[in-house]
Write a protein that binds this ligand. Structure first.
Ligand SMILES: [Zn+2]
Length: 386
C-alpha cells in the first residue's frame, strides 16, 4: 500500500468540467500509469512525480474531433495531425474517409502509427479514399464492399465504420452507394457517416436512410436549395426530428463550406442542438475559418450554448459514437488519462462561418494551453492570429 499516494502526474487547481460525470468544480486530477486515478479536491502533492498548475484554466477530458482529415501527403485534404490536433487540446480524431481499402495500409503505417494524436478511421467506401475530390465515386465501381470489409476487419483496432461522400454527378447511384456503405459498416459492427452533400434525393429521403448510431455530418450547413435540415420556412424538417429521435447523430463538420451560423441559430432556437461538434479540419480551412476544434467550440459558446454542453459535444458524445464510452472523453477513474487544459480569453474576436457568409463578434474564445494524452504532457499552440 506504500504507493497509494504516488502519482505520475497531478493537475492542480483547475476548473474541471467532465460532463460525462456531471462534474464542474475546482478539483485536482491525479494520473497514474496513463490512467485517471482520482479527481478530488486538494490532493496532497508531495508524492507526485510531476505537477501541472492549472489555476485559471479549464480542465476537460482530451477533446475528440469526430470529423477530420489526417492523411497528410497522400490525401489532398490531409493536414499534419500532431500540429493540427494534439497541439490544440485534441487527443483523439476520427479521420473520415481520407483512406479507402486500397490506401489504408500506408495511412496506418506512416501516419497513424507515427502520430502522437490518437487517430481512428472511417474507411471510405471508395477503395481509393479521398486521394483527390470524391475518391472516384463518380464511378460507383469504386464502392467496393468486400475490400472495405476485409481491410476493416483486419484493422478493427482503428477502423470504426464507413464514410461516403457522394458527388452530385453520381446522383443516380446515390442509394446504391449508401446501401453498400451501410452493408460494409454493419459487417464491421461500425457506423456509417453520411456527408450531407448535394444529390437529387431530398434531405429528408437521405436522413431516412440512417439508423441509430449513424452520423450525418455537415448537418448545420446552409439550408439553401433544399440542401439542409431546415425547410423553406426555416423550420427543422420532420425527418431530422425523427432521425434524432431514433438515435442518428447530428454532427457539425464545419469545413470550408458546411457550417452556417444562420442554420445553427435557427435550429438551436427550435431546440434542435447538434450532438457532436467537429471541425472537418483540412487543407482548405486550417488557415481559416476553422483553424482548429477549439475555435469551432467557441462559435457555439457565442451562440449561447453553455460551456459544459459544448464540452460534452466534443468529449463524451463522440467517445460513445467511437465505441469508447467511459474510456475516452471522461475523467472517470480508470479512463485513459487524456486531458485538455484550456483558457477562456476575453476580448473581441471576429469568427466566421463557412464561406464567410456571416462574421460574428465573439467576446470570449477558448484557447488550448496544454494537452495530456495517456498521461504524457504536450504543449499547445494556436496558429490563429489574435
Ligand atoms: Zn470532411
Amino acid at each position: 500500500m506504500t504507493n497509494d499516494l504516488s502519482y505520475d502526474l497531478l493537475v492542480k487547481g483547475g476548473q474541471v468540467i467532465d460532463p460525462y460525470q456531471g462534474i464542474d468544480a475546482f478539483l485536482d486530477v491525479a494520473i497514474r500509469d496513463g490512467k485517471i486515478e482520482t479527481v478530488s479536491p486538494n490532493i496532497v502533492d508531495n508524492t507526485a512525480s510531476q505537477i501541472v498548475d492549472a489555476s485559471g484554466l479549464i480542465v476537460t477530458p482530451g477533446l475528440i474531433d469526430l470529423h477530420t482529415h489526417a492523411y497528410w501527403g497522400a490525401s489532398l485534404y490531409g493536414v499534419e495531425p500532431d500540429s493540427s490536433h494534439i497541439s490544440k487540446g485534441v487527443t483523439t480524431v476520427l479521420d473520415t474517409g481520407s483512406s479507402g481499402a486500397d490506401t489504408f495500409p500506408a495511412f496506418r503505417k506512416y501516419v497513424i502509427e507515427r502520430s502522437n494524436t490518437r487517430i481512428l478511421a472511417l474507411l471510405n467506401i471508395s477503395s481509393m479514399g479521398m486521394v483527390v475530390g470524391y475518391g472516384g465515386l463518380e464511378d460507383p465501381r469504386w464502392a467496393n464492399i468486400n475490400k472495405a470489409v476485409q481491410v476493416g476487419k483486419k484493422n478493427s483496432d482503428v477502423v470504426v465504420g464507413i464514410k461516403a461522400r457522394i458527388p452530385p454527378m453520381a446522383a443516380n447511384d446515390y442509394r446504391a452507394i449508401v446501401s453498400r456503405a451501410i452493408t460494409a459498416a454493419d459487417e464491421l459492427n461500425g457506423f456509417f457517416m453520411l456527408h450531407l452533400g448535394g444529390t437529387s434525393l431530398s434531405v429528408s429521403e437521405r436522413l431516412d436512410l440512417l439508423r441509430s448510431g449513424d452520423v450525418v455530418t455537415h448537418a448545420f450547413r446552409l439550408s439553401d436549395n433544399g440542401q439542409g435540415i431546415l425547410d423553406d420556412n426555416q423550420q427543422v424538417l420532420d425527418a431530422a426530428w425523427a432521425a434524432k429521435k431514433r438515435g442518428v447523430i447530428f454532427d457539425i463538420g464545419h469545413g470550408s463550406g458546411s457550417f452556417s451560423f444562420e442554420t445553427a441559430k435557427n435550429a438551436i432556437s427550435q431546440g434542435f442542438t447538434p450532438d457532436t461538434i467537429s471541425s472537418d479540419l483540412h487543407f482548405k480551412n486550417i488557415d481559416g475559418p476553422v483553424y482548429d476544434l477549439v475555435t469551432t467550440l467557441s462559435k457555439f459558446l457565442h451562440m449561447g450554448l453553455p460551456l459544459s454542453k459544448v464540452i460534452r459535444m466534443a468529449t463524451s458524445t463522440p467517445a460513445k459514437s467511437l465505441g469508447y464510452e467511459g474510456i475516452l472523453g471522461t475523467l472517470r477513474p480508470g479512463a485513459v488519462a487524456d486531458l485538455a487544459l484550456l483558457q477562456t480569453v476575453a476580448g473581441n474576436f471576429d469568427l466566421s462561418d463557412s464561406g464567410g457568409r456571416q462574421i460574428v463578434s465573439a467576446t470570449q474564445l477558448l484557447k488550448p494551453i496544454t494537452t495530456i494524452k495517456g498521461g504524457q504532457l504536450y504543449n499547445s499552440f494556436t496558429n490563429r492570429a489574435d
